[in-house]
Design a protein around this ligand. Structure first.
Ligand SMILES: Cc1cc2nc3c(=O)[nH]c(=O)nc-3n(C[C@H](O)[C@H](O)[C@H](O)COP(=O)(O)OP(=O)(O)OC[C@H]3O[C@@H](n4cnc5c(N)ncnc54)[C@H](O)[C@@H]3O)c2cc1C
Length: 358
């Protein structure tokens, strides 16, 4: 039936694909996949599936998805477009373009702006979904517009950043099925200088101070170096990178609640320097720091567990080679319960969970 629906859309249909092959956590059961390598095919495919009320899952790089072992009962639409066009004041990329290629090409063409977002896996089209960010920069700050398929109306239109409800690792596009990103356009700095450096570790590595700028190419190289040291650049040979990046978001709590957390940290850990960051909604704590102080060290619980914390970074949950989604969820539950018990903070997962709950 799905085959009949999609026969004229330009999608390539593949039945019974193990979704583990399409995700960076390398877990997830089987599903029918409709691969779309043109924007026209994407639009036609999603419109046809929506009209027939077939459940769909949009998947691009699979680097922010934890899919259950039963797979997905519907059609996975694989975003496989790839065109990137750089012009005088920025870059336009199709949704499926590999994000790091977009960053590399803009830096090589002499543009600044995206360099701090080097090395993040996945696609250009997914970057607005969770307002991808790293080293003090978020895509929301550079995005000029996003071309969307409105799945309720069936229409294609450009949306301004102001319409997308950007926040810390979120937007109106996350956890919702009513829009498909088709293209993204970023306004960049033709001077070739980086955005002002806002992250101490990065600025330090470049011999710079907070707020300084540097050639974008230098910043990109340093970001890639720092990320590789934390297992945050994909490397098939390194199980620490068989992850979805940070598994939990950094929790933001009210100023009042922050004082209670500080008291709990002092009581349990006896430490006075607690890394916190100002946030429009209160105070942001470091999830990785809380996890570590709750007693979960890097690599927890160690072999022979099939899923462990990364040996380089407590915030990444990783597949050591044979893990199933259930192993990762079970580890996530243990870590979340430990942090809640010790500090009264319930961590929220950053990846999108499909067919599985925490
Ligand atoms: C090693 C590693 C490091 C990471 N580091 C970072 C980091 O520093 N900062 C950060 O923010 N993230 C980071 N991530 C998370 C991830 O790379 C980003 O969220 C990325 O943008 C996901 O892109 P993707 O194409 O893989 O999305 P997918 O995993 O394929 O999809 C993620 C979600 O977006 C939806 N989606 C995907 N494409 C579209 C589209 N075109 N239109 C509508 N919805 C869509 C999917 O349905 C799903 O809900 C990291 C992940 C890994 C594995």
């Amino acid at each position: 039936m799905v085959r009949d629906l999609l026969v004229e859309t330009g999608a390539v249909l593949r039945p019974d694909v193990p979704l583990a092959e399409l995700t960076t956590l390398r877990v997830g059961g089987p599903a029918t996949v409709a691969e779309c390598d043109s924007t026209a095919a994407l639009v036609a495919t999603v419109r046809a599936l929506d009209a027939a009320e077939v459940p769909t899952l949009i998947l691009a790089g699979g680097s922010n998805l934890l899919i259950g072992d039963d797979g997905f009962d519907g059609v996975v639409v694989r975003v496989a477009t790839s065109r990137v066009r750089i012009d005088a004041d920025g870059v336009l990329a199709e949704a499926g373009a590999v994000w790091d290629t977009v960053v590399a090409e803009t830096v090589a063409a002499g543009f600044g702006g995206l360099e701090c977002l080097s090395g993040i896996p996945g696609s250009a089209g997914a970057t607005p979904v969770q307002n991808v960010g790293a080293y003090g920069v978020e895509v929301a700050a550079l995005l000029r517009r996003v071309r969307l398929l409105d799945r309720v109306e069936g229409t294609v239109r450009w949306a301004e950043p102001g319409e997308l409800g950007f926040g810390y690792r979120t937007s109106v596009l996350k956890h919702r099925d009513d829009a498909l990103v088709l293209e993204v356009e970023f306004a960049l700095d033709p001077s070739g200088r980086s955005a002002p450096l806002r992250y101490r570790e990065l600025a330090g590595g470049l011999g710079a101070r907070d707020g300084d700028t540097r050639p974008a190419a230098d910043v990109r190289a340093e970001v890639l170096r720092l990320r590789a040291g934390k297992g945050m650049v994909l490397d098939p040979a390194d199980h620490d990178t068989w992850s979805a990046g940070s598994f939990f978001t950094n929790p933001v709590v009210s100023a009042e609640r922050a004082e209670e957390v500080r008291a709990a940290v002092l009581a349990h850990v006896g430490e006075v320097t607690i890394p916190t960051y100002p946030d429009p909604n209160g105070v942001k704590f470091s999830a990785g720091w809380l996890i570590e102080r709750a007693g979960f060290a890097k690599g927890y619980p160690g072999p022979p567990a099939r899923a462990t914390l990364s040996t380089k970074h407590t915030l990444a949950l990783t597949n050591r080679g044979e893990a199933r989604a259930e192993d990762l969820v079970s580890l996530a539950r243990t870590v979340r319960a430990g942090v809640a018990e010790r500090f009264g903070i319930v961590l929220e997962p950053e990846p999108v969970l499909v067919g599985i709950t925490l």
